[in-house]
Design a protein around this ligand. Structure first.
Ligand code: HEC
Length: 145
């Protein structure tokens, strides 16, 4: 009886641990991993967006184009497949995302190159997010794709 109770306790504990981690994974895939879990976005600010465009051209465009696939994935419609929180976490917490977040792990396997985020602070990351947002609007308005 003692053994049975012990085994039962272990079983319950294990099944609880499993549910937790699959719940966690679901949250990871939507918001990614990192401090950004709920961002409220207001109207796009033109000068912040221009800063983001400059940073993107300088630090990201060698691998990511906004028009076709390069050594990194195309990011022109990134906001159709990823939440803003996820993108902020990706830019600000890349190492942990690439270790623990299943989408990022699989993406990493798919590409020969590695994402290299050169961003000094949260404001710079946010300005790139704003650039992604305006690009999304341009895509739909001008039917670039
Ligand atoms: C040296 C090439 C390189 C540079 C520079 C680079 N990236 Fe990446 N990026 C990649 C690759 C390759 C991937 C796919 C994952 C991997 O293998 O690392 C990726 C993935 C991403 C993703 C995830 C896309 C998705 O579908 O979830 C985002 C967002 C991203 N990069 C943003 C940026 C930003 C913003 C910059 C500039 C600050 C940047 N990257 C600079 C190569 C690069």
């Amino acid at each position: 009886m003692k053994h049975f109770l012990f085994a039962l306790t272990v079983l319950i504990f294990l099944s609880l641990a499993c549910t937790n981690s699959s719940e966690e994974k679901k949250i990871y895939s939507v918001y990614g991993i990192g401090p950004y879990q709920k961002i409220s976005l207001s109207q796009i600010n033109d000068s912040i967006m221009q800063t983001g465009k400059k940073l993107f051209d300088k630090n990201c465009s060698s691998c990511h184009t906004m028009e076709y696939k390069n050594s990194g994935p195309d990011l022109s419609n990134i906001l159709e497949r990823r939440t803003p929180e996820r993108i902020m976490n990706y830019m600000m917490n890349l190492d942990e995302m690439k270790l623990k977040d299943s989408i990022s792990v699989n993406l990493d396997k798919k590409y020969n190159s590695n994402c290299k985020i050169i961003i000094k602070n949260e404001n710079e990351a946010f300005s790139i997010l704003e650039y992604f947002r305006i690009y999304q609007i341009w895509l739909h308005e001008f039917n670039i794709k």
